[in-house]
Write a protein that binds this ligand. Structure first.
Ligand code: SF4
Length: 273
């Protein structure tokens, strides 16, 4: 059965095509689009955004499995262009038999390649895992250095990987800008930038000090599960009423999740008085 067409029904259809086009152009590292000169938010608004994330999830955690600093470094290295679930599946057995650089080198590149063959770019990654392990043994006594410059000198380790390890294992307030953080920084306009490094610097300026340790996790989880690349799930967004993104979906009322999270903060404030 065909539906009767009317000018009224034609208009929303036109809008949805437009919004689909806008969504396709979600900022990405390859295509940042038009970049804002500065954040869309005042200091107070930014503070409120992170207070929401905190109220919703006070102790956010990464989703990569690891045993120690070394296995975390390997897991992050393997996670480039792969999902955390896929990496965890591959490293489950690998880390049981090789949880130190020495054991990994003894295992050898062929065996490592075999264990991680379900992950994208596994050949290059296996090679880098071995080279990186050899360098750790040679230059750092088999220990993972708590130093960005030293980390970035390791094969296969870039700024993002170094930032993740410094944040998760060593507790530094670093912001590792992956595809999700890059998109969020530009899409919601909280930390605009043309490159991942620009976004990292903007984030560092924007994030209030008391939230800087967990900011990276909150933003990754928000980008991965809520403010997704193709279609943000605004109905499930804790910062809905604070968000100034032109891509925000319009509703008649603020979604429950944002109202409830705001109420938690109000109650906490009340408790402190
Ligand atoms: S309201 Fe929508 S666009 Fe804004 S941060 Fe939330 S999910 Fe993203």
């Amino acid at each position: 059965m065909t539906q009767a067409k009317s000018p009224a029904s034609a208009k929303p259809a036109k809008r949805s095509v437009k919004s689909a086009q806008a969504r396709k152009k979600a900022p990405s590292v390859d295509n940042p689009g038009k970049v804002l000169k500065r954040s869309r938010y005042t200091k107070a608004e930014t503070y409120e955004i992170f207070r929401r994330f905190h109220a919703d999830n006070p102790e956010p955690e990464g989703e990569l499995d690891y045993i120690n600093a070394y296995t975390l470094l390997v897991a992050v290295l393997l996670s480039a262009q792969a999902t955390d679930i896929g990496v965890n599946r591959a490293t489950k057995h690998l880390f049981q038999i090789a949880d130190t650089p020495e054991k990994m080198v003894t295992l050898g590149e062929d065996k490592v390649r075999e264990k991680i063959r379900t992950i994208g770019l596994f050949k290059t990654k296996a090679k880098n895992v071995i080279l990186m392990s050899e360098q750790l043994i040679r230059d750092h006594g088999g220990e993972v250095p708590e130093d960005r410059e030293a980390l970035e000198k390791l094969p296969g380790v870039g700024r993002k990987t170094a930032n993740v390890v410094l944040n998760i294992f060593f507790g530094h307030p670093t912001i590792a800008v992956d595809t999700h953080l890059f998109r969020l920084g530009n899409r919601i306009g909280i930390a605009p930038g043309k490159t991942p490094l620009d976004v990292e610097k903007s984030m560092e300026k924007a994030v209030p000090k008391e939230f800087s340790l967990h900011a990276h996790h909150w933003l990754i989880l928000h980008g991965r599960y809520i403010c997704k690349a193709r279609k943000p799930e605004c109905k499930r967004c804790v910062i809905y009423d604070l968000c100034k993104s032109p891509e925000k979906e319009k509703f008649d009322a603020v979604p429950d999740i944002a109202v409830r999270t705001k109420a938690i903060i109000e109650r906490e404030k009340g408790g402190l008085c």
